[in-house]
Design a protein around this ligand. Sequence first.
Ligand code: 4AD
Ligand code: MG
Length: 458
Amino acid sequence: GLVQSIRRVLSEQQTDVPVQVHGWVKSVRVQKRVAFAMIQDGTSTESLQVVFQNPILAHRLTNGAGVRLTGKLCASPGSGQAVELVADTVDVLGECDPATYPIQKQSLTVEYLRDNAHLRTRTSASAAVLRLRDQSQKALSNYFSRHDFTYAHTPIITSLDSEGAGETFRIAPVKPLPSSLGHSSSAQSEEFFSQPAYLTVSSQLHLEALANSLSRVWTLSPCFRAEHSQTSRHLAEFWMLEAEWAFTDDLDDLCQVVEHLIKEVLRMDSPDRRLLWKEGNKQKQELLNTAASDKAWPRITYTEAIQELEKQNAATGQFKFNPQWGKSLSSEHERWLAEDLVRGPVFVTDYPVELKPFYMRLNDDQKTVACFDLLVPFLGELVGGSLREERLHLLEQALDRHSLSRDAYRWYLDLRQFGGVPHGGFGLGFERLISWLSGIENVRECIAMPRWAGRMLL
Ligand code: 4AD
Ligand code: MG
């Protein structure tokens, strides 16, 4: 790569050495006696200035063209870069017509770039997002390796809607099954798997099976939700980081893991993140720096959160939706808690049982479950997690309450029946993490090729 070769030359304190580099042209400036070009290869934020002592050499260079250059790396007299390439030869490997190239120099709107998702990673910001995803994934992976979590690959095709929210995509083969495979004319035999199949909405239930044998597991997996809400936080295909571990019966333990894990990513030094924040909101960035400090993130119960929201509403009447015990927190409530009450990430714990999926562990008060949502400023919910109901009879009752068939969940009930131990875990939206880390407002810019209701280019 471009940067690698430069680093190697610099570390050996050699200049005037011949090198060959590959990259794409970001800009060209041709003068009478000399020409300059900036090239990048996408491996980092860095670019290389190229000097053409014979400007004819630069004639075929246009923005976006892919090139191979040879020359000598020399100390740069100009400011802004330590070294530059004085070019001897230029090969244009991929021409790029400046008149029709969709990625023009002037700033392009977010909408326009979404329409050109196949080309948008050619912009510095969009490329930086992808490298930031990669660095974040490595930081998360490091944390889990150090704590004896096994990375597990969980299925994408599933038999259940694990969240019970009815946002599942159903899948079917394009070609019908050959009749030789159909057992009867019943509707069931028409199904490829002899039963309905769905794209996963969460790996949690499968991770629970693995946690009850491997103790500690995690995954980063695509998840699919037929979300009709068009918000800056929802995608139809997104990546979720999920962890699940056995032998824990303590919600505080879950929150602590989440906090340490995320702080590790917040503290990561990343030139890509700096590039993305360059024009970002200073207040947001300060809140992020505070969140990265050693100070523990506060935890309040849902009941306390409702009391605070009611107090605030009585004083200002600022909320569109009245906060009320037993009702979901709306996103304005979530943001007020994180941005105004706490001014940082906050764990809201112990929600009413009616608001949460069947698998969460019932508290002794019989009214709430041992769960948390992590709310962060300018985003809202980043993580959701809970202790899981490990008591077989209570889990059966929960399935009944949610009108879910014990039959369909037989394997899940087995986990309790055979050596199942107290356990818990969480799920973190990877695009939301990237959005929070980078200050990018919409998750549609936090994944290379976003999908949402009504939209799936390429
Ligand atoms: O809160 P959710 O729905 O929780 C679960 O699915 C649990 N089974 C996770 C677990 O405990 N293992 O989703 C978890 C997180 C949310 O907090 C949010 O950050 C993200 O996933 N998320 C989405 N991100 C982008 N687009 C969507 N449509 C999302 N839905 C959830
Ligand atoms: Mg949630």
